[in-house]
Ligand binder design. Structure first.
Ligand code: FA5
Length: 354
């Protein structure tokens, strides 16, 4: 066998087989075939005993060297293959944490915020509290007496036409209603003050109001007003005008001008309408302000002695002024919202802007 065995050839065959193996499984088979019990080298080793001493020594050394080379080749290839397999496994199991497929995981919860009208009410309250007013509230469901009678608007008074009213099917016909303005809260405050000795009064009263108004660019059937009432000694129209002036520049800033125009309200005398420059057209005239360049924010005036009489306040001792503004109107003018209906359409793209 020693004569015919080509040890170098066996090493070259082993080198080629080892190099061709690409997986752990294949390299294991290659090891068995080039270095296992049935491999040519192992068989040659087992035949050494039948050789002459010199030939045995020579072939023994050759086989030993060949085994060492093959073992090294196998070891190198095996660690190469396991590194390649590890890299392949890692690539296959890779998770890209920098991206996610939309819809595959729930969107993070988004935090909402207060509606623009609520923000506006809070801002208006802040302005008036800063001027020394207290904040009070009253009911949205009223009797005819609070909404009209005590405010010097008896049944069948033509001024009732100023407020197209939602009546409730409760009690005598047209005796209970959704308040058409916040002015009835004046009556509640004055009655309380009279019964508890709580005069003078310096209060603002924000809240929701209801009218059978057709929605348009400046009107909603459900809207908000903030009422103001001062009852004290020696109060004059100058106090009212000054209060409105201070409020206007505190809330709208110095660029917005206001004006008072004579008006009629049964519960104030004299009465005025309070208007600001239309912020949509800057006074040029547009659809929002019906081409006038001005937007009416509210009404105001000196408390009529007939109202003091209805609640039992002595008009010879006390005088006062009152006002009532639209909160939605204030939001509209402050944020240049051409159509007030946007406030109740709940379009999140609109609401998100504020
Ligand atoms: C009144 O409601 C009186 N109570 C105001 C008042 C109070 C006068 C105290 C004198 C003393 P008027 O109907 O004009 O007035 O409404 C006042 C404001 O409420 C309007 O200028 C407007 O800004 C707002 N407003 C009235 N109706 C609507 C509506 N349908 N939608 C939105 N805002 C409205």
């Amino acid at each position: 066998m020693s004569d015919t065995l080509d040890v170098d050839g066996l090493v070259e065959q082993a080198r080629a087989a080892v190099a061709a193996a690409t997986t752990t499984e294949e390299i294991r088979e290659v090891i068995a075939s080039v270095a296992g019990k049935k491999s040519p080298i192992a068989q040659a080793g087992r035949s050494l005993g039948g050789l002459e001493p010199d030939a045995r020594k020579e072939l023994g050394q050759k086989l030993h060297a060949a085994r060492a080379v093959i073992e090294q080749l196998v070891e190198e290839r095996r660690s190469q293959i396991s590194a390649e397999e590890l890299a392949r496994d890692m690539e296959a199991g890779r998770i890209d944490l920098t991206e996610f497929i939309e819809g595959s995981i729930p969107a993070p919860a988004t935090r909402g915020h207060l509606h623009l009208v609520t923000q506006t009410r809070d801002a208006l309250e802040d302005v008036f509290v800063g001027m020394g007013f207290e904040v009070a509230e009253g009911p949205e469901i009223e009797t005819d007496w609070f909404n009209f009678g005590a405010l010097n608007i008896p049944p069948a008074h033509p001024a009732r036409g100023m407020w197209d009213t939602f009546y409730l099917d409760l009690g005598a016909p047209e005796s209970t209603l959704l308040r058409t303005h916040t002015s009835p809260v004046q009556i509640h405050l004055m009655e309380e003050a009279v019964s508890s000795g709580g005069l003078p009064i310096h209060a603002v009263m924000p809240g929701r109001c209801y009218r059978r108004d057709t929605p348009d660019a400046r009107h909603l059937p459900v809207f908000h007003q903030i009422e103001g009432l001062v009852v004290d000694k020696g109060i004059t129209f100058a106090d009212l005008a000054g209060t409105i002036e201070v409020f206007t520049s505190a809330y709208f800033g110095p660029d917005i001008h206001s004006r008072l125009r004579p008006a009629y309200f049964p519960f104030t005398e004299p009465s005025a309408e309070f208007e600001v420059t239309c912020t949509i057209c800057h006074g040029e005239g547009c659809r929002t302000c019906s081409q006038t360049g001005w937007i009416e924010l509210g009404g105001c005036g000196m408390v009529d002695p007939a109202v003091f009489g209805a609640v039992g306040i002595d008009p010879d001792q006390w005088t006062g002024f009152a006002f009532g503004f639209g909160i939605d109107r204030c939001a509209q003018m402050r944020h240049q919202i051409a159509d007030m209906r946007a406030l109740i359409e709940n379009d999140i793209r609109f609401l998100r802007q504020f």
